[in-house]
Design a binder for this molecule. Structure first.
Ligand code: NZQ
Ligand code: ZN
Length: 368
């Protein structure tokens, strides 16, 4: 077994009404004023935001809201959030929503306690291990940002156009994550599909790597993938299937808290291409991943046929000679993405057929 470190300090509060516990969670840690940071309308329409406010009030906390987070969250809003927190004397940041709202919250938390321009952190010019305290309420099974060390933001730069960049540090793992699968019932099918693709990809990008020691890591990854595939099918039929949504939600966190990558490197090349596509065309994250995975797999599979055959056997139950099993495993994965409504080519993202020049620029961005 290869050496590893495993650090997941986030307290997970999982189940029905989990989000109602957040007031107590924050107050018990001694904080006084909360920024509630979220995206669009569904939280207001479902009355969920009122319940969250009540939980804070009941715990004796004051709060200020900042909505308006968009998918592929903009750093400009996070900077507004930093100013608001300073003005209002906020000492705790609560992200409510998906990866976008949680990452925007993490960016605000970095900005609140560091003096450098926030973009410098994401453009690789600064590093820090300081962040203001954050917690979150997850409303979609997807990125795993609720327990991950990543913060991914979209930056509108003067000289390089729009870039999507991340900063990864363990300090950004939230103090707690409230995860109530019932909150995901309002998700559109497309977003459920995007979430499934992202969860699978966080696992696959740690699975198809040169160093494959640590059998337990493999077994966890394979079990997680089988669970996501089955639960994903159920969730696509009925978004109010509690069991299916619960499994997806937990898999979302486990797929990106590094449990499925212990003792090995990760190869996030599909993610890097996906980020380049999202920056340029503002596409949903999970959809970009599904759109390029097939092409990636056909490009690399012959370099490790045994690994692809092993994946086919463990995840899809395919037992044949290595070459045909490896190929069928890739085909079944692509067919599954189609089944859950995900694009399986870049043109399937609805952005037309890209010119060679554009593809080169995307490749350059992905490898910067
Ligand atoms: O805009 P709001 O109102 O929040 O609506 C969102 C958004 O339109 C909606 N939504 C979320 N929960 C809902 C809901 N609609 C109805 N009912 C609900 N319960 O879904 C849309 C997508 O939300 P978003 O937060 O953008 O989705 P996701 O969770 O997939 O996050 C994507 C972002 O996270 C980044 C991605 O790059 C992208 O920017 N990632 C973050 C990672 C991390 N921090 O660890 C890792 C990932 O690889 C990823 O890069
Ligand atoms: Zn992802």
């Amino acid at each position: 077994m290869e050496d590893f470190e495993f650090y997941t300090p986030t307290k997970v509060i999982f189940g029905k009404n989990a989000e109602l516990q957040i007031g107590r969670e924050i107050a018990s840690r001694g904080y006084k004023k909360v920024l509630v940071h979220f995206g669009g309308t569904y939280l207001c329409e479902t009355g969920e935001i009122d319940k969250i406010h009540r939980s804070l009030e009941d715990a004796g906390l004051s709060y200020v809201d900042l909505g308006g987070v968009v998918p592929n969250p903009r750093l400009s809003l996070a900077k507004e959030g930093v100013d608001l927190c300073k003005k209002e004397g906020v000492d705790f940041i609560l992200g409510v929503g998906g990866g976008s709202a949680i990452d925007s919250s993490k960016a605000i938390a970095y900005g609140l306690v560091n003096d450098f321009p926030l973009e410098d952190l994401f453009l690789g010019k600064e590093k820090t291990d300081k962040i203001a305290p954050i917690g979150c309420i997850t409303t979609i099974a997807a990125t795993g940002s609720e327990t991950s060390n990543s913060t991914v933001v979209t930056i509108e730069t003067q000289d390089q156009g729009i870039l999507k960049r991340s900063y990864n540090h363990d300090c950004a793992r939230p103090l707690f994550a409230a995860m109530n699968p019932e909150l995901t019932y309002t998700l559109p099918k497309y977003q459920i599909g995007c979430g499934i693709a992202d969860i699978m990809m966080h696992t696959l990008e740690r699975y198809f790597i040169p160093d494959q020691k640590n059998r337990m890591t493999d077994e966890i990854a394979e079990g997680l993938l089988r669970t996501v595939i089955d639960s994903g099918r159920m969730a696509m039929k009925r978004s109010d299937d509690y069991d299916a949504m619960s499994e997806l939600m937990w898999c979302g966190s486990l797929s990106h808290n590094n449990l499925t990558g212990l003792g090995r490197e990760k190869d996030f090349s599909v993610h890097k291409l996906g980020h380049a596509l999202s920056a340029r065309f503002d596409c949903a994250h999970g959809a970009t991943l599904a759109s390029v995975w097939g092409a990636w797999a056909w490009y690399v599979w012959e370099r490790d046929i045994a690994r692809f055959a092993h994946y086919a056997k463990q995840v899809w139950g395919i037992e044949r000679d290595e070459i045909s099993a490896a190929k069928e495993g890739i085909e079944r994965t692509i067919a599954y993405f189609e089944e859950i409504g995900m694009p399986t080519s870049i043109s399937g993202l609805g952005i037309g057929v890209l010119e060679d020049e554009t593809l080169k620029e995307l490749a350059l961005d992905a490898t910067m």
